[in-house]
Design a protein around this ligand. Structure first.
Ligand SMILES: Cc1cc2nc3c(=O)[nH]c(=O)nc-3n(C[C@H](O)[C@H](O)[C@H](O)COP(=O)(O)OP(=O)(O)OC[C@H]3O[C@@H](n4cnc5c(N)ncnc54)[C@H](O)[C@@H]3O)c2cc1C
Length: 457
């Protein structure tokens, strides 16, 4: 089988590459190989009743399949260069923002119309943060919500399905150089192409490493983010979330001068499990539909750990901490803030007597047995700092779930066209280590598609 272009991975990066390629040249023969299921077949078995915890399915419905890790995400498209990746370092700040805006237009045209665009510009919140040692980062945020995000993906799939050949449940095992082009190898066959775009996200990080080893592509890996997910009554954060929806706030701790930051804020949302390579960590999402709102808001507090030589396995470090919580709690651990600062574990009674009802069935326990002291001290400091702008954040009943780990793919060496040193082989999205978000991953897909379409004219 011979294609002009093969795309590996049908997450936002892969989808937007295909969208733009088919738009610019309808004659191109394109195939997408995806390890997971089509959208409608992606069902996580955890129902909270019969199946309470992750049963480690062969392909994770949350992380794999059409839509990628973003399919059941909160659908927050942040239009900014201040976080979400460093795409701008490769393609320039203006181009990066223009592409994120273009992605936003497509999302609106494919089902997202009517959703709200929030902005941090000209808000009093920024001043209030500064007065309390907190720094609010600038961004525009399109909140599609998990439900509308799904509709957009459905519409994008219907648009693409007759223009592109999809191979679902077909993990690519190997990519080989084949003359000027590449051969993509799966359990079922070998497929040749002139250009290959790899967009395998975080779940494909281990596989990406093997591709880089096989094709002699340099990589570097030195960062992992570790922290907790905070859950509290939505009213406590409403002064922020009503106006901004998502606020990225950074705090420099007094004790160690470490940076702690808020991440992925979900007003009226739910805390969920995340399975990365069999390790259970915590995440969160929320729905646009008010009927699906919960009474709580959740967000992560994360500390970045950067390592220097000779240590190279930053993800391994994060995994070990997550494994420890899995060992102690059988999965994610939940603890009341009041219990944490009093140095005692939470138990079922204390959690059920609290005024915050957990939205995730996690195991009550003691996060201080899992999270390194320096990181935990920073998180506690930041909770007290946030309490000054959102009184109630440091209440005893505030719930902390752990651990939340943001694994960063190792950074693949690519040039300003997002092309590896092997000409015709592109690595985009979170799998490249360059992006860490829906908007940046999608924008990288459009960028590469335009470059390839131009070069194949
Ligand atoms: C629960 C959750 C909530 C999130 N919420 C947000 C949010 O609100 N806003 C935001 O900006 N970001 C959010 N994110 C992050 C966001 O989803 C990712 O940044 C984004 O999906 C990255 O896109 P991608 O295309 O690079 O990779 P992915 O979306 O991870 O897609 C990669 C695809 O490649 C496939 N794949 C992997 N290996 C192979 C292989 N060998 N062969 C074939 N296919 C393969 C995978 O199955 C997957 O479908 C969230 C993530 C999660 C898990």
């Amino acid at each position: 089988m011979k294609y002009d272009i093969i795309i590996v991975g049908a997450g936002p990066g892969g989808i937007f590459s295909a969208f733009e390629l088919t738009k610019l040249n309808s004659n191109l023969k394109i195939a997408i190989f995806e390890a997971g299921n089509p959208l409608e077949k992606r069902k996580c078995p955890i129902d909270g009743v019969k199946v309470k915890n992750c049963i480690k399915c062969p392909t994770c419905a949350i992380m794999n399949g059409f839509g990628g890790a973003g399919a059941f995400s909160d659908g927050k498209y942040n239009i900014t260069n201040q976080f979400g990746g460093s795409l701008y370092e490769y393609i320039g700040k203006n181009e990066a923002i223009d592409l994120m805006k273009y992605v936003d237009e497509i999302n609106l045209a494919y089902g997202g119309e009517g959703t709200k665009l929030y902005s941090t510009a000209d808000t009093k919140i920024k001043k209030m943060c500064l007065e309390n040692g907190l720094h609010l980062l600038d961004a525009q945020v399109r909140h599609l919500g998990t439900d509308i995000n799904y509709v957009v993906l459905e519409n994008l799939y219907n648009h693409l399905k007759d223009k592109v050949e999809f191979f679902f449940r077909t993990p690519v095992e190997k990519v080989e150089k084949n003359g000027e082009g590449y051969t993509v190898i799966t359990a079922g066959g070998r497929y040749d192409c002139d250009k290959c775009i790899i967009s395998v996200g975080r779940s494909g990080s281990k596989w990406m490493e093997t591709v880089c080893n096989d094709l002699d592509i340099p990589t570097k890996s030195n960062r992992v983010d570790i922290g907790v997910r905070v859950e509290l009554p939505a009213e406590i954060f409403s002064s922020l979330t009503d106006e901004l929806y998502e606020s990225k706030i950074v705090y420099r701790t007094a004790k160690f001068e470490d940076l702690v930051r808020t991440f992925c804020m979900n007003p009226h949302g739910a805390v969920v499990n995340e399975n990365t390579n069999g390790i259970i960590t915590v995440n969160g999402h929320s729905y646009e539909d008010p009927e699906k709102h919960t009474e709580n808001t959740n967000f992560a507090l994360l500390v970045s750990k950067h390592f220097s030589e000779p240590f190279k396995d930053s993800n391994g470090y994060g995994e070990s901490i997550a494994r420890l919580s899995n060992m102690l709690g059988g999965g994610v651990i939940v603890q009341r803030f009041g219990d944490l600062v009093r140095g005692r574990r939470s138990n079922t009674e204390r959690i059920s007597e609290g005024y915050v009802t957990p939205t995730l069935a996690a195991t009550p326990g003691d996060l201080s047995l899992v999270i390194p002291k320096r990181i935990l001290d920073g998180i506690i400091e930041m909770i007290y700092a946030l309490d000054k702008i959102c009184p109630g954040t440091a209440n005893d009943d505030t719930l902390l779930y752990g651990v939340e780990v943001k694994f960063y793919n190792m950074e693949v060496e690519i040039d300003n066209n997002l092309e590896t040193r092997n000409k015709g082989l592109f690595v985009i999205g979170d799998g490249s280590g360059v992006t860490h978000s829906l908007s940046h991953a999608s924008a990288s897909g459009v960028y590469v598609a335009r470059y390839i379409a131009e070069s194949m004219k």
